[in-house]
Design a protein around this ligand. Sequence first.
Ligand code: C2E
Ligand code: MG
Ligand code: MG
Ligand code: MG
Length: 289
Amino acid sequence: AAKGGGRGRFRFFSADLLKAAADRRLLEEDLHDALQRDELEIHYQPVVRAEDNHVVGVEALVRWNHPEHGPVSPARFIPIAEESNLIKGIGEWVLRRACEEVSAWPGGLRVAVNVSPVQFADDGFPALVASALANSGLEPERLELEITESVFLQEGGATNERFKALKGLGVRLALDDFGTGYSSLGYLKTAPFDKIKIDQSFVRGATEAGSRNRAIIAAIVALAQALEMDTTAEGVESFDQFDLMKSLNVTLVQGYIYSQPIPNAEFVAKLNEGNWTIEPSGPAFQRHD
Ligand code: C2E
Ligand code: MG
Ligand code: MG
Ligand code: MG
């Protein structure tokens, strides 16, 4: 117990928890209606080849514009959606909408869509992907599905059949947030990933003297190269981080150093201007949402 006013502190703490639980429940209720009320939207963040600043693809990131609270971070509402079964509807909407929007863009950029372990474990998931591709006309090789290590913990999630069915459609698979979950290198033996995404928690701090993150990133790159997978560094914000990622031979970079995620119309406008490369412009470019 805390010294002195321990009791007061306890009550304070407990009231806080109650409030958090109530907030969460209210948010969940609102999330139920978010799709029908057209409150969701997708922002796209460019994925850039570090060597020549060429934009090779985008990551689709869902946004929720809450009518009263304004933008709610997916880091907050995706876990709520996952626990309340809303993720299937939301995930399906994101997948279909991302395929539709990107198939209408000039050029052949790839789009990466985040897939929750709950969605991935659904037996109907490969059929949903096939349907999203067929309806949008997006070429399968332009769709990349991002999954995290937690699919290997989800019951019925990471079966060989599931991977085979998806690869059979011709889509690409990326392992997101690599090294932050319940990592086991065993799954890299058999799971057919095309790309490893190095989590921003490794990128952050990698430039500090004596950082262990640097050795970890170098090891991830070596592993990916040996297994013929691409690597993307996530959350690159500063020139120091950018230079380090290049020197460690990370091939693709995603982060505020190039661009924040931006709305569809804004992205299309840039593509129509012929902006297929972006100059890294450092943290000054940061815009907080
Ligand atoms: P993620 O898939 O690892 O996505 C990368 C996150 O890093 C995004 O946050 C992106 O906006 C942010 N980011 C990119 N560059 C930088 C940078 O330079 N600095 C910093 N500090 N952050 C950067 P966001 O959009 O808030 O999404 C958070 C997480 O929510 C995602 O992490 C993903 O796990 C989840 N998420 C987002 N959209 C979806 C979706 O449609 N479906 C599912 N299942 N999950 C999603
Ligand atoms: Mg992702
Ligand atoms: Mg990630
Ligand atoms: Mg992440």
